[in-house]
Design a protein around this ligand. Structure first.
Ligand SMILES: Cc1cc2nc3c(=O)[nH]c(=O)nc-3n(C[C@H](O)[C@H](O)[C@H](O)COP(=O)(O)OP(=O)(O)OC[C@H]3O[C@@H](n4cnc5c(N)ncnc54)[C@H](O)[C@@H]3O)c2cc1C
Length: 341
């Protein structure tokens, strides 16, 4: 069991800034996100696109904003648990919450902040009948340990960075790789595509473009081979030990729906003083929350993070007066930020 003051569900811009606001008030936080990198929509959906409405930063990309936030929260040394979904949030006493993740981590926290954006990003599934059936055997949407594919015949599906990155990483480990893409243009960076094409040209691997899966041949819940149908030309049958699918990620509200909160369509109702949900001690900020006048903007989420931090401090220390202190002049803020005067 890992003890902390606050568990933050979601490492998007609002979840990251929540660490900062809590840190200024002397509270420790851990952040959990179901995807592999922090930044939420900013890094998952638009890492290179410019954002123009962050106060004081005339323009920055989604990735630059995330890097800046990570630097800003570094003094508070938050625990960062990536590639793990928060599955359970349960109140088990006054100022006490039990939180569990899909990675098997268990936390005890005094408060929980849900900064889950448009929901937990989940891999888009391959569309074949009874697809769930193979997920326990040889169909994979993420790679935990590349060595598990040593000497295996792999079909890797997709045309983005994840698909191409794994092709290039696994090509020296697997016995053979066939990359299957529904188009002949790739979303992956051109350098990776060039490398892949060279490997195809020298016979190290194969690629089937403009193709979709026509059928899969299975025995006892294991995929043995796939029949690929290119737009033009004959069907191709490929024998396979493992299939890796990288069709991108789509957001889903996911387990949040089961945490006993007052949900309004796919958002969580909060008040506008504390940004607290219907369960005292659980707060919601950023795109996931709803209140009259809500705007899904990063700067609104930053304000909500500040307000929630003050409310959490007051919740944990009800007899203390929580004062606003300026980072410019307050010695205690400087100490918490690691600034030497
Ligand atoms: C193309 C595009 C351009 C945009 N441009 C702008 C702009 O210019 N200015 C602006 O202000 N806003 C912009 N936005 C909106 C902005 O990105 C969002 O308002 C912002 O990302 C919300 O931040 P967040 O932290 O609330 O959530 P998100 O960024 O959505 O992050 C939430 C994170 O929570 C994780 N999560 C969810 N559920 C769980 C769970 N159960 N367990 C673990 N992790 C979980 C998700 O995986 C995700 O990483 C844009 C959005 C898009 C799509």
């Amino acid at each position: 069991m890992i003890n902390t003051d606050v568990v933050i569900v979601g490492a998007g811009p609002c979840g990251l800034f929540q660490v900062f606001e809590l840190g200024l008030l002397g509270l420790k936080a851990v952040v959990v996100d179901s995807i592999r990198q922090p930044g939420g929509q900013c890094t998952e959906l638009y890492p290179d696109k410019p954002i123009y409405d962050i106060p004081g930063i005339p323009v920055c990309t989604g990735e630059e904003l995330t890097d800046g936030l990570l630097k800003q929260i570094a003094p508070f040394e938050p625990g960062m648990y990536l590639n793990e979904e928060v599955t359970v949030v349960r109140k088990d006493g006054e100022n006490s919450f039990y939180v569990e993740t899909s990675g098997g981590n268990q936390f005890n926290a005094k408060a929980v902040v849900i900064a889950a954006g448009v929901g937990s990003f989940q891999p888009r599934q391959m569309r074949v009948p009874r697809v769930d059936h193979f997920e326990a055997s040889n169909l994979h949407y993420r790679v935990q340990d590349p060595k598990q594919f040593s000497g295996k015949r792999l079909v890797i599906m997709g045309g983005g960075d994840s698909a191409l990155d794994w092709v290039l990483e696994l090509v020296g480990i697997a016995s053979h790789i066939t990359l299957v893409h529904r188009r002949d243009e790739y979303r992956a960076v051109p350098a990776s595509v060039d490398k892949m094409r060279k490997l195809v040209a020298d016979g190290t691997m194969a690629v089937v473009e403009n193709a979709k899966v026509a059928s899969v041949d299975t025995t006892d819940g294991i995929i043995n081979s796939m029949t690929l149908q290119p737009k033009d030309g004959e069907a191709i049958e490929v024998a396979v030990d493992d299939v890796l699918v990288f069709f991108g990620l789509a957001p889903k509200l996911g387990p949040i729906a089961d945490w006993g909160l007052d949900i309004n369509r796919k958002t969580i109702n909060v008040d506008v003083e504390k940004f607290e949900t219907s369960v005292p001690g659980i707060y919601a900020i950023g795109d996931i929350n709803f209140y009259p006048g809500k705007k899904k903007l990063i700067l609104c989420g930053f304000h909500e993070a500040a307000m929630a931090a003050f409310a959490i401090k007051q919740q944990i220390e009800p007899d203390q007066k929580v004062r606003v202190q300026y980072t410019t002049t307050s010695p205690i803020m400087h100490e918490r930020l690691g600034v030497t005067d």
